[in-house]
Design a binder for this molecule. Structure first.
Ligand code: 9MR
Length: 572
């Protein structure tokens, strides 16, 4: 018998939806089809068939076969797929598989909250901790943060928000895309008529029972922080947003948030951060209006001010070199951020200024709004496109039709990429960059939107099948989500969830997505352990490998979006 971890039969280790695609990847150099058998928990063969040889997969270097058991309509727990005498790990076939993943992937955000205690009753005893960065010694705190030398001569209260990742920095660029994705997850479900599952008291958040959908409660925690990062009236660069706030020097692992003794500093405002604020605050004004008019109005006013400030200061670029104590999040190309912010402001207000900014942007017609690598914190044109293609607006009908067609054609491309490879990744072999799992998820989410627009099953199936990749049907036969699967990532890079370095601290909580394979090997552990790796195999579940194995808000956000999407289809 083959050890499960080494099984050549790669499946979604969490399982398959009864009405979803059910495929496995088999690593085999056989040129001939192989017999597969689907075996239930009692050992009975309930279906069988032949694999299709697929040749060598470029991303992983593996020779693969495809086993397709989609036509099996039974449900149950503890199935295995047996091929050539080798068994896959056990998996379920049942509806409702994705509901726990949705709530756990959202709890990740609660547990990344800064400036509030993490409660045992919500997170579990092992994950409880005192509030971080409220100025209680030894914290210098985020309640009165001074600027870096020469940037400003005052301090600002920028408490709250989510820690970005394994570090305790807070970055407006990256907070922006992450918040947008969570709010969009609710907004699209509301249009699809499925928002009940995202409603009040559906998540483990302190705001349960306030009559506001819990996803929006969670996203508001970050929105309040983003609003605090806006330069106040009467100050230089008023209306812009500070780019980021983090420790003066990188802290070691482990560092509990409440024990971080480093000084915190505001880094100078940037046009990119300002446009992230404009976009997310404009989206906030639209989506929160039914729940809290005053908050929505505050968001709209901040968004307008930020837009005007960005127009007045269009080229204040955060430098790539600013990476002491925190990530740089540098981005020299801001036409896509302008487009995204204009799109959100237009969808919310319908005003001519913003419409003109949308229609005069090269991104309004560019075929490159959706790339094979997928959108990301520095590539935000797709977010504007998705909004204008889905949120009712007054662009001329042919324009809206063209935008919708661009989403669907992008989804077709991702579907082709997924189905033409050995493993169901939505990215090509060349796209295994830092955070590649988020690129897989972001492209899958575009397929989800294409399903919303067309109701065509293949797009929903594509989005669900991409989950197979994240949950074990991949080159390493491992699930990249903690707590999900028979073998999963659990040593992600994090200063508090640092069990690998300090046994008194927990591993990452269930629902934490690892960054994933990164062929550039950008940390010492990856350099030492992964030389010569095939792109899709350049991953190590070690806390030191921050370039392959960190967690981050912009990676968990599309996971949560997809989990919500996959959870809502329960036809049988
Ligand atoms: O996700 C970011 C990735 O695109 C960059 O290549 C990388 C290096 O600049 O930084 C990543 O973001 C990290 C950030 O700089 C600091 N917090 C942790 C983030 C995830 O690793």
């Amino acid at each position: 018998a083959v050890a499960l971890a080494d099984s050549p039969v790669r499946v979604n280790q969490v399982g398959y939806l009864p009405d979803g695609p059910k495929r496995a990847t088999v690593v085999s150099s056989s040129a001939q089809p192989l017999v597969w058998q689907l075996v239930d928990a009692s050992g009975r063969t309930v279906a069988s068939g032949a694999t299709a040889p697929r040749g060598t997969d470029a991303a992983s270097g593996d020779s693969t076969h495809l086993a397709d058991f989609t036509s099996y309509k039974g449900v149950g727990k503890g199935f295995r797929l047996v091929v050539d005498g080798q068994s896959s790990p056990a998996f379920d076939i049942r509806a409702g598989l994705y509901s726990p993943l949705f709530s756990d992937s959202m709890s990740f955000f609660y547990q990344q909250r800064s400036g509030t205690p993490i409660e045992a009753s919500l997170a579990g005893a092992a994950y409880a901790r005192p509030a971080g960065h409220l100025g209680v010694a030894p914290n210098m705190g985020d309640t009165q943060v001074p600027c870096q030398a020469g940037v400003c001569d005052y301090s600002l209260d920028v408490r709250g928000g989510w820690y970005d990742a394994g570090d305790q920095g807070k970055y407006v660029v990256n907070g922006g895309i992450s918040t947008w994705l969570l709010v969009n997850s609710y907004d699209r479900a509301a249009r699809a008529g499925t928002a009940k599952a995202l409603g009040d008291s559906t998540l483990r958040v302190p705001e349960r029972g306030n009559r506001v959908p819990d996803v929006l409660d969670e996203a508001r925690w970050e929105l309040e922080f983003l609003l605090r990062m806006q330069v106040p009236d009467g100050r230089p660069y008023a209306g812009m947003a500070f780019h980021k706030i983090h420790d003066a020097n990188w802290t070691g692992l482990p560092t509990r948030p409440e024990l971080d003794a480093q000084p915190r500093e505001l880094h100078r405002p940037s046009t990119a951060a300002t446009l992230n604020l404009a976009a997310t605050a404009a989206q906030c004004a639209r989506v929160y209006a039914p729940f809290d008019r005053a908050f929505a109005a505050r968001c709209l006013s901040a968004a307008r001010t930020a837009w005007a400030a960005a127009k007045a200061n269009p080229g204040v670029i955060a430098p790539d070199s600013d990476s002491t104590g925190g990530g740089a999040y540098g981005d020299g190309q801001l036409s896509d951020e302008f487009y995204w912010a204009a799109a959100e402001l237009y969808a919310t207000t319908g005003e001519r200024t913003y419409r003109d900014a949308v229609t005069s942007s090269p991104w309004h017609t560019s075929p490159d709004a959706f790339t094979s690598f997928g959108f990301g914190w520095a590539e935000t044109a797709a977010l504007g496109r998705l909004t204008l293609a889905t949120v009712p607006n007054r662009l001329p009908a042919p324009d809206v039709a063209r935008l919708r067609a661009s989403v669907v054609s992008a989804a077709d491309g991702y579907l082709t990429t997924l189905s033409s490879q050995g493993y169901p990744a939505t990215i090509p072999a060349s796209a295994y960059v830092w955070g590649s799992n988020s690129q897989v998820a972001n492209n899958a989410l575009v397929m989800g939107v294409a399903h919303d627009l067309t109701r065509q099953r293949r797009y929903r199936d594509g989005a669900v099948e991409a989950m197979d990749y994240l949950l074990g049907r991949n080159a390493l036969g491992t699930s990249y989500v903690t707590g999900y699967g028979t073998r999963y990532s659990h040593n992600q890079h994090h200063r508090f969830w640092a069990h690998q370095y300090d046994a008194s601290l927990p591993n990452p909580p269930a629902g934490s997505l690892a960054g994933g394979p990164n062929s550039a090997l950008q940390d010492p552990v990856a350099e030492e352990r992964l030389p010569g790796c095939s792109p899709a195999a350049c991953y190590v579940d070690d806390i030191g490998s921050y370039s392959t194995n960190e967690v981050a808000i912009n990676w968990n956000a599309p996971l949560a979006w997809l989990a919500a999407f996959a959870a809502e289809h329960r036809h049988n």
